[in-house]
Design a protein around this ligand. Structure first.
Ligand code: ADP
Length: 594
């Protein structure tokens, strides 16, 4: 059974009260009894003294039992006590409560302590149950002398019933008083217990709410007692806890925001390889394809553990096993097209684990590969005309004297290749200036008709050589386009150059312009050989050619379309191509309206 504070207080006070009442009763009764007995004894002493003298005078013959008993009866009646006369030796010769006849049957009283003392010359006294009368009596006995000789003893006895009655009355009165006192005390103690336990219950209820996480709960106690102290201490505890919790939450939120805002992926696993943390950036890296431009789009949430690929686990395991940082590069994303650089480091302290920071290096690696390819391509492209120039010059020198006509031809060849080299270098320089942003483009309203007319003028002679028909159609009300005039002329010129270069004899080339909402679309259509669909996606890459031999023959550098694309994009537009093999191609450029 569980005892509440109230029960314990109640039982405790009950035991205390009952014990003190019983002790008080016993003490009072014994004191009273002793007092009364003392008084009776003093009374007996007085009466005995009177009797001793009278007996000394009146008894001459201690063997005359009849006379002695008569005297005892007389004294007993007058003094209201039991009077017993005992001869030296112990024989009872008179007793006020016993008939003369019965005296002979009485045993010797020499052994009674009070009588033994009296027969020895001193006053004796005792309280005991009388063997003769079967009652509790107080006895006092004194010697009776004849001259100097002790001839007998007289004993006065009083039944103690009076004392017993008085003690019993006191017991009763004390009993009733005690019961009343107990009742009152119990009432008071139960009230006090109730009061304390209610206060405690209130505090316990609040403490329980705090334990369940409600740190706004307060006891708001104002008392000056221990319960008040307890309540205030609890309130202060809750205040302190709230502050610490608020600080902790703020810290956690700050860390959370940092992790959320990071571009780098962060992964934390524990010693059991369970994912403890996986930030949104990493989730995106592992779930979505690498973006072509701009940040990744929203992704559906997936269980963290399912996202962590095997190869990432391998780097983490390496770090955990060696208890040292580990680095690696992994392919990730749904189709493994993302390249992630992983730095893993073991977490010190307990519990153990591992933290990994992942950086998306897809774009860096792609650019590195482009750069490598570009350097290789440039070297290759430069080597060919340089070799041709050197070979032609060597040959020309060899035949200069013997065959001046051939020497002339070789010098022409060297010159043509030097021209190609120059245009290649020029294209490369253009491209790098556009890419580095060094080429400053001034956007302004440009009249398309004027641009078309200007550019077409430069191609009249080459077109005539190939019997090509050149035409342009521009609506009269076409608004100006927002572009850099020189850049736009270069774009149109490069596209027209290709159309003239690759068109067969006798074809036609048409330049068109039209308005599409807030955009202006320029198109260069030719009836040339067309381009196979497999080439179209890569057509605008640097050095990409459909037919390398034919491009070179016609003085192509493989950079014309790459320059077009860069210039158009730098002006906020887009370029695309449609083509059918055997029928012709249409390159279109879309630019914003001025
Ligand atoms: P190039 O200097 O070789 O002409 P470009 O970048 O201008 O380089 O063009 C890339 C390739 O696209 C060319 O080699 C050619 O094969 C093809 N091409 C470009 N324009 C046309 C066109 N109008 N008709 C057919 N093929 C074309």
């Amino acid at each position: 059974m569980r005892w509440g504070v109230r029960g314990k207080l109640f039982v405790g006070s009950l035991v205390l009260i009952v014990t003190s009442v019983v002790a008080a009763n016993l003490y009072l009764a014994s004191v009273l009894e002793a007092e009364l007995t003392q008084r009776i004894r003093a009374e007996l002493d007085v009466r005995l003294a009177l009797m001793e003298r009278q007996i000394g005078r009146e008894i001459i013959d201690w063997t005359d039992v009849a006379a002695c008993d008569r005297l005892a009866d007389d004294l007993g009646q007058r003094s209201g006590t039991r009077v017993t006369l005992v001869r030296q030796g112990g024989t009872v010769v008179g007793d006020s409560e016993i008939t003369t006849e019965s005296l002979a049957a009485l045993e010797s009283h020499a052994g009674r302590p009070e009588i033994a003392a009296a027969l020895n010359g001193v006053t004796g006294s005792e309280t005991r149950v009388s063997a003769t009368l079967k009652r509790r009596m107080a006895f006092v006995a004194g010697p009776v002398r004849s001259g100097a000789t002790i001839v007998g003893a007289v004993r006065a006895g009083i039944p103690l019933t009076e004392v017993e009655d008085a003690v019993a009355r006191i017991h009763r009165a004390l009993g009733i008083a005690s019961l009343l006192a107990i009742a009152v005390a119990l009432l008071i103690s139960s009230g006090a217990a109730q009061f304390i336990s209610r206060g405690l219950r209130d505090i316990i209820a609040i403490a329980r709410r705090m334990a369940e996480g409600d740190l706004t709960a307060r006891t708001l106690t104002t008392g000056r007692d221990e319960l008040g102290d307890l309540g205030r201490t609890l309130d202060q505890l809750a205040d302190n806890l709230s502050t610490s919790l608020r600080d902790l939450r703020a810290e956690r939120d700050r860390l959370g925001r940092i992790l959320e805002g990071m571009n780098e992926g962060v992964l934390v696993i524990d010693a059991d390889r369970a994912v403890v943390l996986l930030n949104p950036a990493l989730r995106t890296m592992l779930q979505a394809e690498p973006p072509r431009t701009g940040p990744a789009t929203d992704v559906m949430p997936a269980p963290a553990i399912a996202l962590v690929p095997e190869n990432l686990h391998a780097v983490l395991e390496k770090s955990l096993a060696s208890n040292a940082p580990a680095t690696g590069e992994i392919d990730a994303g749904p189709s493994g097209r993302r390249r992630l650089l992983v730095h893993a480091a073991p977490l010190s302290g307990k519990p153990r684990g591992c933290v990994a920071v992942l950086v998306d290096v897809t774009e860096i690696r792609r650019l590195e590969s482009i750069r490598r390819d570009f350097v290789a391509n440039v070297s290759h492209e430069l080597r060919t005309p340089v070799t041709a120039v050197r070979t032609a010059l060597e040959t020309a020198r060899g035949v200069a004297k013997s065959d001046p006509a051939s020497a002339e031809r070789f010098l022409d060849m060297a010159f043509r290749n030097a021209e190609r080299l120059a245009s290649l270098v020029q294209d490369l320089l253009d491209l790098s200036r556009i890419e580095s942003g060094e080429l400053k483009l001034d956007a302004a309203g440009v009249d398309i008709s004027a641009v078309f007319a200007q550019v077409l003028g430069n191609f009249v002679a080459p077109a005539e050589r190939k019997h090509l028909r050149l035409s342009h159609t521009v609506p009269a009300d076409l608004p100006s386009v927002c572009a850099d005039r020189r850049a736009l002329e270069q774009v149109v010129s490069n596209l027209l150059d290709n159309a003239v270069k690759y068109a067969g004899d006798g074809g036609s080339i048409t330049l068109r312009a039209a308005r599409l909402g807030r955009w202006i679309r320029l198109a260069i259509e030719d009836t040339g050989p067309g381009i196979g669909p497999q080439h179209l996606p890569r057509l605008f890459e640097r050095f990409y050619r459909v037919d390398e031999g034919r491009s070179r023959d016609r003085g192509g550098t493989g950079l014309g379309l790459a320059i077009v694309k860069h210039l158009v994009e730098a002006m906020g537009g887009a370029v695309e191509v449609e083509s059918t093999v055997g029928k012709g191609s249409t390159f279109s450029v879309t630019l914003p309206m001025a």
